[in-house]
Design a protein around this ligand. Structure first.
Ligand SMILES: *Cc1c(COP(=O)(O)O)cnc(C)c1O
Length: 476
């Protein structure tokens, strides 16, 4: 059967790819021009004639892999996307092959059961009691619930849809009232502004929370921001916290923000896309103190949990807020039925939805939750060590003391120097990092995602940067 022989070609090529990447034999990044890639991969001819199999597949996969950015390379330091554990990648293969769109139970009982179980596991890490399968309606207790989505951006949107629905119960019939607002720090991820746009309340309806020099919310100033919204005749439908922020990876004071929201009966949303995984670590869990006060929390498994893209969770303290968030009907799926499981389709924007839980589950099942926790501890520790190292170097400075696995630093010089250095590093392909603007200054940004990156890599990077700076000075 050609499936087996082709699969073997691909798996063998991936195995070699992994070895070349982890041993730093190939560049972490190679920005090949698009025309060349389209040409080299013979895209047009394969589309016309088909037949990508065996020998041609082998050639194709090899060329394709050379056109990837190698996340498995320890000098991959640029973005928050996970270096996936192979078990998660195998899960993606299983999911792709079986293709069970599990948002309705009958289209994927196994995947739906795993999603239900894994969501409950996440809820318990938050400290919430998951809704039991049956009899939750007769109980006085508040039970939590959730759903997996294709990414954190969609998860943020989903949570804010639930927040709006609680405040405006007839919103799906009448549309938005004109007085809706959001409270959020400037540092929040752009998907929040995008969600506000999609929700139709607009960016101007986002009122900023006061932050300190590091971009972290100042709890004493929450009341002032709230009053500003009220004095303009608006109603805040949610207050948003970062856990952690995207640019520098710092956590907002969740406990104080949560207490404030309780006092005002305001929906508290925590964007934990990157940093909620700290909940798994005994050492770093305290960064998430106050998380239980949230009405909603999002948490990406494809960031700090070694899971391949995409797998994000929307978690809510009261499962009913998510069950009520959407209310469209489709007679071919939404109808009374006796079934041995549960549907997720009423909780998401998506209709067809992949079995995302399998990827996270298989990673957990391979290394155990303890394995993920150890990984997080290691990466956070390495980041602090790198920070201390930069502190000792006279020509370098860091933006803030890191709390997670994100570190922003700059070389003495102006903003354009930082950008130039990054460009050169990427062009040479030995290191891949990003940049971020903090307090109107440009920094180079390291995100320590790879479980093999170590201080030698950081020292090599510094050495390389010094060399590049020297070359620039000599060239002038
Ligand atoms: C990455 C990130 C997002 C977006 O998540 P995607 O999965 O990339 O859509 C949202 N918020 C924060 C804080 C993030 O770090």
């Amino acid at each position: 059967m050609s499936f087996l022989s082709n699969a073997k070609i691909i798996v063998t090529a991936l195995n070699e790819y992994h070895q070349q990447s982890i041993s730093r034999k190939k560049p972490v990044i190679d920005q090949i021009p698009i025309e060349k890639i389209i040409n080299d991969l013979e895209l047009s001819s394969f589309i016309r004639t088909g037949g990508l199999s065996e020998e041609s597949l082998s050639q194709f996969i090899s060329k394709y892999l050379d056109s990837t950015t190698r996340l498995h390379h320890p000098a991959y330091l640029a973005h928050q996307v996970s270096v996936p554990h192979y078990a998660g990648a195998l899960a993606a293969l299983i999911d792709g092959f079986t293709n069970n769109p599990m948002a309705i139970y009958e289209m994927g009982p196994g995947a739906a059961s795993i999603e239900y179980h894994i969501v409950n596991w996440l809820l318990e890490k938050v400290g919430w009691q998951p809704a039991p399968l049956k009899n939750q309606k007769d109980s006085d207790q508040t039970f939590a619930g959730g759903v997996l989505t294709h990414g954190g951006s969609l998860a943020n949107l989903t949570a804010l849809i639930a927040a709006r629905k609680r405040m405006v119960p007839n919103v799906w019939q009448e549309g938005n009232p004109s007085d809706l607002a959001l409270l959020a720090p400037d540092e929040c991820h752009y998907s929040i502004a995008r969600a506000a746009g999609i929700l139709g309340i607009g960016r101007h309806a986002i009122y900023r929370l006061d932050v300190d020099r590091k971009g972290v919310v100042v709890p004493d100033r929450l009341a002032t921001a709230y009053q500003r919204v009220e004095s303009e005749g608006k109603r805040p439908m949610a207050l948003i916290a970062n856990a952690c922020s995207t640019s520098v990876g710092l956590y907002d004071p969740l406990q104080e923000m949560g207490e404030f929201c309780q006092e005002k009966n305001l929906w508290f949303h925590i964007d934990g896309a990157h940093g909620a995984a700290a909940l798994l670590s005994k050492k770093h869990r305290k960064l998430m103190k106050g998380v239980r006060l949230a009405d909603s929390l999002i948490w990406d498994a494809h960031k700090l949990m070694r899971t391949p893209v995409l797998c994000a969770a929307v978690l809510v303290r009261d499962y009913r807020t998510l069950d009520n968030a959407f209310e469209q009907e489709a007679s071919y799926i939404f109808h009374d039925k006796d079934q041995p499981g549960i549907d997720f389709i009423h909780r998401t924007v998506e209709c067809t939805k992949a079995g995302l839980g399998l990827k996270l589950f298989m990673v957990l099942a391979a290394i155990g939750e303890q394995g993920v926790a150890e990984y997080i501890d290691r990466q956070f520790q390495l980041t602090i060590e790198a920070y201390e190292y930069f502190q000792r170097l006279p020509d370098f400075e860091c933006a803030v003391k890191p709390q997670s696995n994100i570190l922003c630093f700059r070389v003495k010089g102006d903003d354009s120097l930082q950008l130039k250095l990054r460009d050169r590093l990427i062009n040479q392909g030995d290191f891949y990092l990003s940049t971020a603007a903090i307090n109107d200054k440009r920094y180079m940004r390291l995100v320590f995602m790879h479980p093999n990156t170590n201080m030698n890599d950081v020292e090599r990077l510094v050495h390389k940067i010094k060399q590049l700076v020297n070359d620039m000075v000599t060239a002038q």
